[in-house]
Design a protein around this ligand. Sequence first.
Ligand code: UD1
Length: 430
Amino acid sequence: MMSDRMLIRGGKPLSGSVKAQGAKNAALPVMAASLLLKGRRLTLERVPDLQDIHTMANLLRHLGAEIEFSRGRMTIDVPDDLKWETPSDLVRRMRASSLVLGPLVARCGRAILPLPGGCAIGSRPIDFHLKALARMGAEIDLEQGSVHARTDGLSAAKIYFDFPSVGATENILMTAALTPGETTIENAAREPEIVNLACALRAMGASIKGEGTETIEVEGVGDLGAAEVTIIPDRIEASTYLLAGVITRGEVTIDAVIPEHLEALTSKLGKAGAPVDVSRDSVSVKCRGLSWSGVTIKTLPYPGFPTDMQPQIMAALCLAEGTSVIHESVFDSRYMHVGDFKRMGCKIDIQGNTVVITGVSQIAGAEVHASDLRAGAALILLGLAAEGETIVCSLKHVWRGYENLMEKLTSLGADIELLPDTLDEAGLSG
Ligand code: UD1
């Protein structure tokens, strides 16, 4: 168990370089795609060692897979017979558990999935996933908080999503790969993680065209084969460390990234006056003595500005010169962190899904609580920039997404330490 509280002595410019981890949000769907195999092995490279990855591994083990995971390499051996009922204790821990639904229905003709949990960022239904599966011939019922899906055989269909949902696109892409005929997904999500999944499915023998665009065409095949897949770099983790360089007025390089995947952030930083140097597979900021100005940001599906970077860019904009505006258009209620930001001296006004930030020149350390994964990362960024000591509590959310966070920040010169859990956090108080 990792400690749940971090002490940060802020105000030190960070400098140096760190290597990006493999992308959590790419690894999770590729792991789920293993369920499409029968008596075969899927091997993944560059898998980050994170809580969510272990949750997905345990879910796949429960369904019958054998998994080995060491130093970023994961092998998943999938038996001929799979279980199709998923346990609520694992599923409720993580929304991405819903990614096993499509593969199970395609492979077993049945699935039971308790409605999944995940970060507390607004209402997050899975109705697009369910409607699309129904269009492909699955019978879907909701019974006592669980989705029951069954079919005597799926068929290819034309699917249109009202919104380019990442998870729904992934679920249907996987389902379609094993469903005979041509399935078309319109208004598909275009995230790099979708492209990584399509490449993985293709390596397994699937026939897919158009990933990375809004129309994906899948020609289903009856059987998929063993494959080896490399997970792409984590653009959200990399962007968070880049902002650690900006917010502390330091010099930070992130290696082993695909700079194109970070463009929504790096172009905004350029506009704010915090320029980014880009090479073939690294990005760096040099912000010593530099101040940056306020900008306007709207979160959007890729290639727009990622909602998963909204709390972290907000942290940096709280210390910008002038006013910034952020409009969150992907999730409702993704401003749970604002209360704690204000405790540290940030000036933020919330109007619905829009916030107006008045930049301040200094913020002060405080005891704050991570309400979700990226909010926690943003509070750590603020703590690194604040005067005095900050204690960030409820770090369990942060461990879901950042591998070797302590080591990476320490190597950049951050003055941080983990504090022993209080009785309550250690779960000893009954
Ligand atoms: C994925 C990411 C998450 C990121 C999000 C948006 C993973 C494991 N998680 O989540 O980190 O914040 O993309 O980039 O990859 N929606 C519906 N009905 C649905 C599905 C989605 O209304 O059936 C809505 C959601 O409530 C949300 C929006 O669509 O408002 C986007 O959600 P979606 O793209 O599906 O996000 P996830 O796949 O859950």
